[in-house]
Design a protein around this ligand. Structure first.
Ligand SMILES: Cc1cc2nc3c(=O)[nH]c(=O)nc-3n(C[C@H](O)[C@H](O)[C@H](O)COP(=O)(O)OP(=O)(O)OC[C@H]3O[C@@H](n4cnc5c(N)ncnc54)[C@H](O)[C@@H]3O)c2cc1C
Length: 304
């Protein structure tokens, strides 16, 4: 028998939906494009203290606990299985490999990705001085010049962490005011090795074998900041391009859902960060997984 529900994405939302489906007797199949489950949990390198009922040294530790709990059920989770195409009305999904899956209920839990600037040099120097993902090896930046682009929590927190290991940090932000939380901004102003450049736009990343500079434009004037590394921390975007033609999205690409987390297509749900632009959290994603499974169980009960 095929699955009754297909869950796309194995972050907290998808894993919670899988757990609840198993508990409620719904046959589910999870499709995850990466080689391991966890979604953004794998990017959390600090302690997770705000998840009720369980703290963790980092997101990976929390992920391991989710995985252990899920392993007590027999829900199939296909890794390296990126969904490439979907006919949501027909409940049909195609993987990049060409394999096809079908189910009456589709649960989309594809989460967020880090935004890129799409400027010259960004892809060319990625891994050779340019970083989009989280910075783990902080000590390697000691004594180095680092430009960080962005003005939210991620950018300012990274600037503080790097300043603390002795990097010379320039924070480049396109607006006049930073968007980060107040505690971060107060600490930023106390660090002599962080320079803040506001109202500036990054134009291109320069280098040869490795990064040598960042060209920016500020109030109509172009200048090059000499630097050893460029970290891009300009926020997140929802992974919803695949469904753009079929679902109703808001201006930022987040899926619009009703109170049952159902999209504009019957029996197609969007849960977790992709339908929650204002408050993306682990707890919220997990709650969505529970809600969607309960809604599906109720529909199945009334139709059998
Ligand atoms: C640095 C950082 C720190 C954070 N700290 C906290 C914190 O302290 N507390 C807190 O509550 N929240 C925190 N968050 C937010 C939290 O991690 C997210 O809200 C949560 O992970 C959202 O879960 P999700 O399942 O909706 O999406 P995600 O975790 O993004 O998972 C989505 C999954 O879908 C997969 N996917 C995407 N497209 C496809 C496709 N086409 N086919 C198959 N699979 C696909 C992805 O690979 C991914 O595994 C933090 C986030 C970050 C980045």
């Amino acid at each position: 028998m095929g699955a009754e529900a297909i869950i796309i994405g194995a972050g907290p939302a998808g894993l919670s939906a899988a757990l609840w489906c198993a508990d409620l007797g719904i046959e589910a199949l999870v499709l995850e494009r990466r080689p391991e489950i966890g979604g953004q949990l794998l990017w959390i390198h600090n302690a997770v203290k705000n998840h009720l009922g369980s703290t963790a040294q980092n997101g990976r530790e929390l992920r391991d606990r989710f995985a252990a709990q899920l392993a007590t059920f027999a829900t199939p989770i296909l890794l390296n299985s990126a969904v490439a195409k979907a006919d949501l009305t027909a409940g049909r999904i195609w993987l990049e490999s060409g394999a096809q899956h079908e189910a009456r209920f589709i649960i989309i839990a594809t989460g967020l990705r880090r935004k890129r600037l799409n400027i010259p040099g960004e892809r060319e120097f990625e891994g050779r001085g340019v970083a989009i993902s989280a910075t783990r090896d902080l000590d390697s930046f000691s004594g180095k010049r680092v430009c960080i682009i962005g003005g939210g929590d991620g950018a300012v927190e990274n600037a503080l962490m790097l300043a603390e290991v002795g990097a010379r940090v320039t924070l480049v932000h396109r607006r006049a005011e930073l968007r980060a939380r107040r505690q971060f901004i107060e600490r930023l102003h106390q660090k002599p090795n962080i320079e803040l450049i506001t109202e500036a736009v990054a134009l291109r990343i320069l280098g040869e074998q490795t990064v040598k500079g960042l060209e920016i434009e500020r109030r109509g004037v172009r200048l090059t900041l000499p630097t050893d590394a460029v970290l891009i921390r300009i926020g997140f975007a929802p992974n919803t391009e695949l469904f753009r033609e079929q679902l109703e999205l808001d201006a930022q690409g987040y899926v619009r859902v009703n109170r049952e987390l159902e999209t504009t297509i019957e029996n197609v749900f969007a849960i977790g960060d992709i339908s929650n632009p204002s408050a993306p959290t682990i707890s919220g994603a997990i709650g969505d997984g529970a809600t969607v499974a309960k809604v599906i169980a109720e529909r199945m009960r009334h139709q059998t």
